[in-house]
Design a protein. Structure first.
Length: 232
């Protein structure tokens, strides 16, 4: 009987040690991380997880800097997103990516409205840098080596149009088709330009007129549609 009691006591002690050594979980079942990960996941005071909206990462790009690992992400979000929701969503993306790979030293997120054809530009509605003091080029060799995130900040650029999009402001499929053709024609015209000639240029009026002729609309209509898509 005493032998059995000793075995039970030993098992209880071992179980206690295992619990202490395991990662604690919060109410959501998400495990606490190491001290480095806690630094990585620190959100600014204005962050509100309830404001995070759905997003889609459509492109990831490596942008190394010395021994620093820097990542750029291009993401699509819904047209009806507000400025506060966009900021919260961009922060969430950075925290998620940094948590998955603690060696990432800087993160830049470019945001676009929900159209994959529009991601050729740097961004259309906003961008965010997560880096030392919010400086994309601020990752030193020491920071990259130690993963010290104590100086990291979130730096935002959010376009004024975010949260102010009216239904009439959203381009139709035909508007996008016209704009896409405009880009094709414009690129073709640039291919015929002698870049060594400082006086050579693309005649925008010629490009827009070709677009108008293609779709059977006036030049003014084509111009308005192109501007509408560019603003969007």
């Amino acid at each position: 009987m005493k032998f059995i009691q000793k075995i039970v006591i030993i098992l209880l002690i071992l179980a206690t040690l295992m619990v202490v050594g395991c990662t604690e979980t919060n109410e959501d079942g998400v495990g606490d991380t190491t001290s480095i990960d806690e630094d990585i996941q620190t959100a600014p005071p204005e962050y509100d997880s309830s404001l995070v909206r759905n997003y889609e990462i459509v492109e990831t790009e490596d942008d190394p800097w010395g021994n620093a690992i820097r990542k750029q992400y291009r993401v699509l979000v819904s047209t009806d997103i507000s400025k506060e929701e966009l900021k919260a969503t961009l922060i969430q993306i950075a925290m998620d990516q940094a948590s998955r790979n603690g060696d990432i030293d800087a993160i830049c997120v470019f945001a676009y409205y929900d159209r994959k054809g529009g991601i050729s530009n740097a961004y259309t509605i906003g961008t965010m840098d997560w880096s030392p003091y919010g400086d994309w080029g601020g990752v030193t060799s020491e920071i990259a080596s130690t993963n010290d995130r104590s100086s990291y900040e979130y730096e935002f650029v959010i376009e004024d149009k975010v949260g102010n999009i009216e239904p009439a402001d959203i381009p139709t499929d035909r508007d996008f088709e016209i704009y896409d053709y405009y880009q094709v024609v414009n690129d073709a015209e640039w291919e015929n330009i002698d870049l060594n000639d400082p006086y050579s240029f693309v005649d925008e009026d010629v490009v827009v007129q070709k677009v108008a002729d293609k779709f059977g609309i006036t030049k003014d209509e084509a111009t308005d549609i192109i501007r509408k898509v560019l603003w969007y």
